[in-house]
Structure formats: structure tokens, C-alpha cells
Design a protein around this ligand. Structure first.
Ligand SMILES: [Zn+2]
Length: 189
């Protein structure tokens, strides 16, 4: 791979060559997290997890808080966001998201966003919450008009294999990332 992998779930990513998104297992069992000293990681509460029968926002938030306190190698909060096709109802997802925005601002960690059929919500959230940290939409596949709308609103965009070439082209290189979103253990996210 010849680019920095902005978003991957592959724990075998060579340290420093990408940002490895930690699975739910690590939030539930943080003692299992053994970061490589040169590794880069993302930790967050995925919107899909919000419909788990044992989901608990206070528990997940306190675990996330402690992970951020303990590990400077966790350089992003993510993936988090909104998904109208999966997860708890949107009001719950919004509550979970806003709590993570607070952590992002407190710990000065940018956010990596999973947004499915809810660009209206993320645009409204950014306008309403006025974050100082960078918010990057990961796996962006949208058309150029949507890309432009997001860029105008201050977002960064990360592109995987299924990118729209024109959307990629109009995104300034300083606000553009590339990713594999590789996930060798598909169900664990
Ligand atoms: Zn992902």
C-alpha cells in the first residue's frame, strides 16, 4: 500500500502506516488493548452498537474516556455518527454522538464519521455544535454536489475504493484522506 490508510479495522496494519479503528471488544475489555508504541488508533462508539441488547451509553462513554486518558496513541474518536439503516432510533444515535463530540473537544481528538443516509443530520449537528476539531466523513461515496456542500460546511472527506472520481478531484488535498476500511473480522466492527 502506497498511501497512509486513514481508516482501517485491520490490526495487522504496520504501525504508523494507518489508523486502526478499535473493535467493540476493546471498549468492553479495555485491559485487552495493547497498543504498539508507534501505532495509531481510533476509538469510538459506532452507531450500529446502539441497538445491541446490552448497550449502555454511560458504560461505553466511561470506557472511551479512560482509553483516551490512558493512550496517546488513540488519535481519533471514531467511527461514530448516524445510520438511518441500522442501529437504535435516531434520537438515541444523536445523544451518543453529541456525548462523543464533547470528548473530542475535551481531549482535542478529531472525529471520524460513519454517515449513512443522514448527511442532513451531520450538517445540522456541525452547525449547531460548532466544533473546533476536524470532522472527517469516512468512506465517502457521494456525488460532487454533496461533496461540495460538505466541504463548504468545513468537513474533511476520506475516500475508499468506491469513490466518486469527481468528488475526489474537487476535494482539496489538505482536506482529503484515503482509506481501505479493511475489516478482516467483518462482524466485529
Ligand atoms: Zn470502518
Amino acid at each position: 500500500m502506497s498511501f497512509f490508510d486513514f481508516h482501517t479495522h485491520d490490526p495487522k496494519t504496520p504501525p504508523g502506516q494507518g489508523i486502526v479503528c478499535l473493535p467493540r471488544r476493546i471498549l468492553l475489555h479495555p485491559e485487552e488493548f495493547r497498543p504498539h508504541p508507534d501505532g495509531l488508533y481510533a476509538a469510538g462508539i459506532h452507531p450500529w452498537w446502539t441497538s445491541d441488547s446490552d448497550f449502555s451509553l454511560p458504560l461505553y462513554l466511561s470506557r472511551l474516556h479512560n482509553l483516551l486518558l490512558s493512550h496517546p496513541q488513540i488519535v481519533q474518536i471514531g467511527e461514530c455518527g448516524f445510520d438511518r439503516c441500522r442501529g437504535a432510533r435516531i434520537e438515541v444515535q444523536q445523544q451518543v454522538f453529541e456525548a462523543q463530540v464533547k470528548l473530542s473537544e475535551t481531549f482535542s481528538r478529531p472525529m471520524t464519521l460513519h454517515i449513512v443516509r443522514s448527511f442532513d443530520l451531520i450538517l445540522a449537528a456541525r452547525k449547531h455544535l460548532r466544533p473546533t476539531q476536524i470532522w472527517t466523513i469516512h468512506g465517502f461515496r457521494g456525488r460532487p454536489a454533496l461533496a461540495q456542500q460538505l466541504l463548504d460546511a468545513g468537513f474533511h472527506l476520506s475516500f475508499g475504493q468506491h469513490r466518486h472520481p469527481q468528488s475526489y478531484a474537487i476535494t482539496p488535498p489538505t482536506r482529503r484522506q484515503q482509506e481501505t476500511d479493511s475489516n478482516p473480522e467483518e462482524e466485529q466492527v
